[in-house]
Design a protein around this ligand. Structure first.
Ligand SMILES: [Mg+2]
Length: 255
C-alpha cells in the first residue's frame, strides 16, 4: 500500500472530491431555543433591579424572539411593550444586554449524536465552524456544548466585522484559507437558506441544508438551491463520511 498523506494547500484535489467540510452552529448542531431560554431568564432577573416584573419581561422576550431572532432589538421592543418609556431605555437596556451577553450555562445538549458525527467526518477531512453572532456569546455556547475541540478551524464572522455575517463571502473564504482548501473542494452544512446555502454557494462551495430549528420550514432560496438536503446535521455528516470513506485516505492513517 502506498504511503498516504494529507493534501496541503495548493495540492491538486481531484475534481468533485471533498477536501474539507464547514458547518454552522446555531440550530444546526444544537437547538438555539435552549440557550435563548436561559438568556431570557438572565435578562428577566436583571430586569427586577429596574423594578420590572421578571415573569412579564421573560414572557414578552420569548414572544418577540419567536417572531424571528434576526429582527434585532428584542430587549428594547419588549421594554416598550411593557410600558417602559422610550426615554428610559438608555438607562435600562445596557444592563439587560450585559445580562444577555454574560449568560453562560455550564452545559447545553447538542442535537443527539453530533459529537460522533463530527468525529466521523474528521477521520477523513478537516472540519471548520463558521458562526455568526457575538463571539463572546458564541464561545460560551461552544463551551457549554462541549464542542470547543470539535473543529480544526473556527471562524466567528463578527470578528471580521458585523457586516461580514453570512452570507458575506468573508467568513467562508477565511475558513477555506485556514483549512487550505479551494471552495470547489469544500462543503458547507447549515440550516439557513439565505445565509448558509446562499453564502456557501456564493463563494463556489457546495451547500447542504439541514431542516432543523427556526428556519426548518422556510423555502429554499430559488437563486441558491442546496446541493443536498437532510433532516438533521448528523445525517448529513454521516452521509459525507460514507462518501469520503470511498474516496479518501483516512487522516488517521496519515500519522
Ligand atoms: Mg444556524
Amino acid at each position: 500500500m502506498t504511503a498516504v498523506r494529507e493534501p496541503t494547500s495548493g495540492e491538486k484535489v481531484p475534481s468533485g472530491q471533498i477536501a474539507a467540510v464547514t458547518i454552522d452552529l446555531d440550530d444546526t448542531l444544537f437547538d438555539q431555543r435552549l440557550w435563548l431560554d436561559g438568556a431570557w431568564q438572565a435578562v428577566g432577573t436583571a430586569g427586577a433591579v429596574f423594578g420590572l416584573d421578571p415573569e412579564a419581561l421573560i414572557s414578552r422576550l420569548r414572544v418577540i424572539a419567536a417572531e424571528g431572532s434576526d429582527r434585532g432589538r428584542i430587549i428594547d421592543r419588549a421594554l416598550l411593550d411593557l410600558g417602559v418609556p422610550q426615554w428610559e431605555l438608555p438607562a435600562v437596556v445596557p444592563g439587560l444586554v450585559a445580562a444577555f451577553r454574560s449568560h453562560a450555562p455550564a452545559s447545553l445538549p447538542c442535537y443527539p449524536g453530533v459529537g460522533e458525527a463530527l468525529e466521523a467526518v474528521r477521520r477523513w477531512v478537516p472540519v471548520g465552524l463558521i458562526t455568526d453572532g457575538d463571539p463572546h456569546v458564541q464561545r460560551a455556547k461552544l463551551r457549554a456544548l462541549g464542542l470547543r475541540d470539535a473543529f480544526d478551524v473556527i471562524v466567528f464572522s463578527d470578528e471580521l466585522g458585523r457586516r461580514h455575517r453570512k452570507p458575506s463571502p468573508e467568513p467562508f473564504l477565511r475558513a477555506l484559507r485556514e483549512l487550505g482548501v479551494e471552495p470547489a473542494h469544500a462543503v458547507h452544512i447549515g440550516d439557513r437558506p439565505a445565509k448558509d446555502v446562499a453564502g456557501a454557494r456564493g463563494v463556489g462551495m457546495r451547500a447542504i441544508r439541514v431542516r432543523t430549528g427556526e428556519y426548518r420550514d422556510h423555502p429554499d432560496d430559488p437563486q441558491a438551491a442546496p446541493w443536498r438536503v437532510f433532516d438533521r446535521a448528523t445525517e448529513a455528516l454521516h452521509w459525507l463520511a460514507v462518501q469520503l470513506a470511498a474516496t479518501r485516505p483516512s487522516r488517521l492513517l496519515a500519522d
